[in-house]
Design a protein around this ligand. Structure first.
Ligand code: G4P
Length: 526
């Protein structure tokens, strides 16, 4: 197969949702439809669920929360689908943000009872930064949920994206009858079942077909006709280009746990979702069809084996062919590294891969050379752009509890930061170290791992900070003046970039007014 065919075959996406909306269930069902698992019987599906919620890290096992991002691949109708799973727990949102840098599109799951929730809003902001195409799956139609029109309005309002329903529910909750696909004019009849893969829909062609009345009754049929007329009248015709530009989100309805509505979603997805796209490095735009391999690290997972401090770096292949055993250029370190045991992720297991194509994710065993955001290439310089750190929301100062273990603490902290567990800021004055995170759980993860993996102990004392702002200016003199005048509030991030530690929102805006030549950024890439 040519490289162009390999690229066109691939669809790499992430599923995002507020916890409990049904992301894990939908992932399982997609694997089921893709034939990656044979039946959704309780045992098997639990096994997959466990797999979908990776338990590599001891702390995850203890807490039973999906902390890790795992990757699952399956084939469906001659396409190779790569699903990048994202942690559901909001404290690990930063992990999810980074995973979104490695996907080409996103499926967003929304609970029809709860509507758009806060976590979904945040994730959507990240999608918008890169204009990632989004499809919405409104889940749990077997429950009495909100009115579908209200849900659509809420998505448009809160997520700031236009929507276009491509399927429509016939009633919901106890009287849920099924969904009508506006995409291929078929009626899919609902039958609650956790184990059955739904049949091909009933091809209708014409919404006035009397068979609709036979199947769902006259009154629901009349309502459906009214709804379809209204949708076609109110919403502009679905435009694939607008979807690919991240401007309009097609919406589907279903019930993941009942395997319902999943096939329509998947079929539309493989028709519409983008294959791997060009990506920008500091030097130029790289297209996937290029002969030479390049890719970037978006995730590092440590502690695969507690006896060895090995890590696995997840690399998104962006261009060319990755070949196991080749030497690749580690752009940041400017050295060659050979990867002899690259791993691919299939539905249920990891397996050694010999080659991988754009869109694929390979896992590389690493002993500490790689960190998040690193670029690997077949010779060329220039790091991939668009893998920023976001300003944390919670900040705590690190207090060393065991002076004899200072070195271990430093090393442990550095390595955990390279994995992206949290962000470390070191104040210019006094070298105080402050850890910033999105959620409080990370502090426990850090303490636990420092103790278990590095034998170091630390405490965290809360400090009152609003945001870490990366700063720059066109005028180096002005920047220096600012840094000098605010020296008590200036720190460096792990790359050594200058950061202004703002104590409150109002104070930050006052400082911004007073120093108009300084730019303040909430992400590390600007
Ligand atoms: P998440 O990954 O987004 O956090 O959600 P997950 O799939 O774990 O689903 C959360 C809960 O919602 C699960 O119930 C799941 O069974 C349920 N669920 C998923 N899809 C549907 C649906 O279409 N209809 C209904 N009624 N429920 C759905 P749980 O009780 O937390 O877990 P479990 O014991 O069922 O596994």
């Amino acid at each position: 197969m040519s490289i162009t065919e390999e690229i066109e075959k691939r669809k790499t996406f992430g599923i995002i949702s507020h916890p409990d909306a049904g992301k894990t269930t939908l992932t399982e069902k997609l694997l089921l439809f893709g034939g990656a698992i044979q039946s959704a019987g309780a045992v098997k599906s639990n096994k997959i669920k466990m797999h979908a919620r990776s338990d590599w890290m001891e702390i995850e096992k203890q807490r039973g929360i999906s902390v890790a991002t795992s990757v699952m691949a399956f084939d469906y109708k001659n396409k190779k689908i790569n699903i990048l799973d994202t942690p559901g727990h909001q404290d690990f949102a930063e992990d999810t943000y980074r995973t979104l840098t490695a996907v080409d599109s996103v499926i967003m799951v929304i609970d029809c009872v709860k509507g758009v929730e806060i976590q979904t809003e945040k994730l959507m902001e990240v999608c918008r930064m890169r204009n990632t195409p989004v499809m919405c799956f409104i889940n749990k139609l077997d429950r009495e949920g909100r009115d579908p029109y209200d849900l659509l309005d809420e998505i448009e309002e809160k997520l700031n994206i236009k929507v276009r329903p491509l399927s429509w529910p016939v009633s919901m909750g106890k009287t849920f009858k099924g969904v009508y696909s506006l995409y291929n004019q078929s009626l899919y009849l609902f039958e609650p079942s956790k184990s059955k893969v739904e049949d091909e829909g009933l091809k209708i062609g014409d919404i006035n077909d009397p068979r609709i009345d036979e199947h769902i009754g006259e009154s629901d049929a009349a309502q459906l006709r009214e709804d379809v007329e209204l949708i076609e009248g109110v919403y502009p015709e679905f435009d694939t280009k607008e979807y690919l530009a991240g401007k309009v989100a097609p919406v589907f309805f279903g019930s993941a746990v009942n395997n319902f509505g999943v096939r329509e979603l998947l079929d539309c997805f493989i028709d519409l979702a983008p294959s791997p796209l060009p990506r920008e490095t500091e030097e130029r735009v790289i297209v996937p069809e290029e002969k030479k391999f390049s890719g970037f690290v978006f995730k590092i997972h440590a502690n695969m084996d507690p006896n060895h401090r090995n890590r696995i770096a997840f690399v998104r292949v962006c261009a060319g062919k990755f070949q196991r055993g080749s030497n690749y250029h580690h752009v940041r370190a400017n050295k060659k590294i050979r990867f002899s045991n690259a791993t691919a992720f299939m539905a249920q297991e990891k397996e050694i891969v010999d080659e991988a194509w754009p869109g694929d994710i390979v896992g590389l065993y690493d002993t500490g050379n790689l960190k998040i955001g690193d670029t690997l290439s077949e010779g060329e310089g220039g790091m991939y752009k668009g893998i920023p750190s976001f300003s944390p929301e919670i900040f705590k100062e690190v207090i060393n509890k065991d002076a004899m273990k200072t070195k271990q603490l430093e090393k442990g902290l550095n390595q955990l930061m390279e994995e992206g567990v949290a962000q470390l800021f070191t104040y210019e004055l006094g070298s105080r170290k402050v850890v910033g995170t999105v959620g409080i759980l990370q502090f426990e993860v850090i303490q636990h791992r420092l103790k278990n993996e590095y034998g170091a102990s630390c405490d965290f004392t809360p400090i009152n900070l609003f945001k870490a702002c990366w700063i720059d200016s066109d005028d180096p003199k002005k920047l220096k003046e600012f840094v000098d005048s605010k020296s008590r509030h200036i720190a460096r991030d792990k790359e050594g970039k200058l950061v202004f530690m703002a104590e409150s929102r109002s104070w930050l805006s006052m400082v911004q007014d007073n120093f108009p030549d300084i730019r303040f950024h909430f992400t590390s890439e600007f």
